[in-house]
Design a protein around this ligand. Sequence first.
Ligand SMILES: CC(C)(COP(=O)(O)OP(=O)(O)OC[C@H]1O[C@@H](n2cnc3c(N)ncnc32)[C@H](O)[C@@H]1OP(=O)(O)O)[C@@H](O)C(=O)NCCC(=O)NCCS
Length: 328
Amino acid sequence: MPTGAPHAAILGLGVHRAKRVVPNADVIAAIDSSDEWIQQRSGIKERRWVGPEETLESMALAACEQALAHADIDPAQIDAIVVATCTHTMQTPALAAKLAHLLGTQAPAAFDISAACAGFCHALSLGSDMVRAGTARHVLVVGAELLSEMTSKTDRSTAFIFGDGAGAVVVGPSETPGIGPVVWGSDGEQYDAIRQSTDWREVLADEHPVMPHIAMDGATVFRWASFEMAKVAAATLDRTGISVEDIDLFIPHQANMRIIDAMARAMKLPEHVRIARDIAEQGNTSAASVPLALGRMYEDGTAKSGDIALLIAFGAGLSYAAQVVRIP
Ligand SMILES: CC(C)(COP(=O)(O)OP(=O)(O)OC[C@H]1O[C@@H](n2cnc3c(N)ncnc32)[C@H](O)[C@@H]1OP(=O)(O)O)[C@@H](O)C(=O)NCCC(=O)NCCS
């Protein structure tokens, strides 16, 4: 049996924000909305959408290159690449395999996972388990989404929410704990509360086929996330053996500022805990949102190396995953 590392940790982080800044003013006409309504209900001021030269692949690649440089790890040292995404429009092959080739890695295990907005924290847990089990020494964990292409610009409950971007981390061996135990799960009873609007077969059967979009029962998702996810966050701290007093950063999936605030209130986060609020300028980037939010905290000095962060991601499924990590 392979022998794994005593612990796993995040060794480096990379992010790529789509280049085009799209203010609320640019999306309101098609949904009979207003800047004020969007800001009040979601906290979003603007979002990032891809420019003409950007693709899902180019954003993911940029984030991976940055993460490798930050970790000071050569691509040849990567044993596995796990990409969380729900907007890779090729059913097969996996985006991970293409990234492996573009990065110049040497035949790593390379696969994509589908857990929508909860994808990054699922993939991070897999990466951590692989390093500790000894099935990989260094794992590149990626969350990448090009949601603007799968957003209906006339759907009032989603047109203003989604954004594009990518984040990546290198997970590797550590002498001290760097990634805590995951708490994850799903509520299949609500499996279609967030969904692709149309099955590909139905799209093809249509006389005038259009790209499917992400559809959502906004109020259902809002209630579930606001009430249930704080319990998952508390369970994650319990399983890690720490309390809210011990964390420096709270980095939840950036779905809606009101959900973030509701969770922070329910968890009774102390004043010293810095809370990620990347959604205001980035929108909801699904599997990319947690690493992008961490990236912003790095950039503005809110997060420091060695900080302890509680990550929690949730979305379609309805699925969720959370863990405590040490910031590289
Ligand atoms: C989408 C969301 C912001 C909508 O907010 P909401 O408060 O639930 O809004 P509702 O659908 O209940 O509508 C409330 C009112 O606003 C109106 N409204 C809905 N969408 C609107 C829009 N885009 N602009 C202006 N008004 C809008 C409705 O018509 C309704 O009007 P009424 O009270 O006169 O009937 C909210 O449900 C949400 O954030 N849900 C979770 C989304 C999320 O996190 N998704 C990703 C999960 S991973």
